[in-house]
Design a binder for this molecule. Structure first.
Ligand SMILES: Cc1cc2nc3c(=O)[nH]c(=O)nc-3n(C[C@H](O)[C@H](O)[C@H](O)COP(=O)(O)OP(=O)(O)OC[C@H]3O[C@@H](n4cnc5c(N)ncnc54)[C@H](O)[C@@H]3O)c2cc1C
Length: 377
């Protein structure tokens, strides 16, 4: 097992966290190893259950990361097929548009660059938008683009399904208990202490605790460069709205200027707008949260003029945001492996495949750019 200080073969592995990253890992590793998952609440209860959860490789800026993400999209397709194309996996396609001149130029450039990379990206006309999303209205002079291979998941059910399959493969899934610290012998991490005082020992402890990872790693003196959500102006804290039932109002992911929308798990819509998160921190007042909900709904009614749904729930959440934006994946100490990333919904299952290989002695060059100790992180 490169860099972890363990031997390949049947290994006692402890996964801390059952969001999409930890649950996908447990599902993969439990096929061969003795796996225990420790989850403070329940699978999918963290960021994964609130995420906008768009599966994509929609940024051509870094071709190598783009390719990594297209591979992750393929891994999702294979995983969903194993589950018999479950309701929590929605390969719905994604439609977006730009209205202002500079935004149109940027969108046209993005579509052209993505298409050159072999990614399914195409400009469409208003008639095609009406076919794809009959209840959605773009300005008449908008530049509209469609990405047919993108989609989304319902993060909570997806994490629960993966954790359940891990359990069926023999993993022990301990829920309702927090790992309060890593346990160590010299330099080696030997497991975790739980909040009830129990010690769980392991040959390899994998930290997949999302936004809470720095706090856990710090207990063994290990640093992780995640954006601190308590810093003023931090981009990590955010608000996501779900609406009451809005059947058939959108079919897939829609990104309008100032609004992201997609179908929600319970028949409503998920609404999000990154610019409205600017003033949000972890102590956001109920008045501010309500104000953001009202604005999201107002924007939604412009994009979907027939929308009668109301905001049913506002959820506050924190993005696990690496300082340079890229995944943080790899061994940080003997006996300790870290798997923390933004875009964890897109990347989780693919990371699980690659980490499974690393745990069993096959270093994955695809992960080399994303080691937690890389320069600049
Ligand atoms: C608003 C928003 C929109 C997003 N949009 C997208 C998107 O469109 N596409 C995309 O790919 N990604 C997106 N992301 C990012 C993505 O959601 C995350 O990267 C991903 O959910 C992280 O998954 P995770 O399993 O690492 O973390 P989590 O889902 O947070 O799981 C970590 C789990 O660990 C548990 N835990 C924490 N500490 C401990 C401990 N000490 N002991 C035991 N258990 C512990 C928690 O209870 C939690 O369940 C978005 C995020 C947000 C907030």
């Amino acid at each position: 097992m490169p860099g972890t200080g363990c031997h390949s073969g049947d290994v006692r592995i402890l996964v801390v966290g059952a969001g999409i990253v930890g649950a996908a890992l447990a599902d993969r590793l439990a096929r061969q190893d003795e796996v225990t998952v420790v989850e403070a609440e329940g699978p999918g209860a963290g960021t994964s259950g609130t995420s906008y959860a768009w599966i994509n490789a929609n940024d051509p800026e870094d071709p190598s990361y783009h390719r990594f993400r297209t591979e992750a999209m393929s891994t999702w397709r294979r995983l969903a097929a194993e589950f018999g194309d479950p309701a929590w996996y929605r390969p719905s396609g994604h439609t977006t548009w730009a209205a202002a001149d500079d935004a149109k130029t940027r969108l046209a450039d993005r579509v052209a660059r993505l298409a050159r990379l072999g990614y399914a990206a195409e400009p469409i006309d208003p008639g095609r938008l009406r076919e794809l999303e009959p209840h959605v209205q773009a300005p008449p002079d908008a530049l509209i683009a469609h990405y047919p291979d993108e989609g989304f998941v319902h993060g909570g059910p997806a994490a629960r399904a993966l954790a359940e399959r891990a359990r069926e493969s023999g993993a022990a899934v301990v829920t309702g208990h927090r790992a309060v610290r890593l346990t160590t012998e010299g330099d080696r991490v030997t497991g975790v202490r739980l909040d009830d005082g129990r010690d769980l020992d392991a040959d390899l402890t994998i930290c997949a605790a999302g936004r809470d990872s720095p706090a856990l790693l710090e207990t063994a003196g290990v640093a992780l460069p995640l954006v601190d959500p308590s810093e003023p102006g931090s981009a990590a804290p955010c608000l996501v709205a779900t609406t009451s039932a809005a059947p058939g109002v959108v079919n897939g992911l829609v990104h309008a200027p100032g609004l992201s929308v997609r179908p929600a798990e319970g028949g409503g819509l998920v609404l999000e707008a990154v610019d409205l998160d600017a003033g949000v921190d972890e102590s956001a007042s109920p008045a501010l949260i309500q104000e953001v909900g009202t604005e999201l709904l107002a924007r939604a009614r412009v994009v979907m003029p027939g929308l009668t749904a109301e905001v049913a729930e506002m959820r506050r959440c924190v993005r696990p945001l690496p300082v340079d934006g890229y995944p943080l994946i790899g061994s940080q100490r003997p006996g300790l492996y870290t798997a923390v990333t933004h875009s964890g919904i897109t990347l989780g299952p693919h990371l699980a495949v690659l980490i499974d290989q690393e745990v069993h002695g096959h270093a994955s060059p695809a992960l080399d750019a994303y080691r937690p100790d890389r320069a600049g992180s």
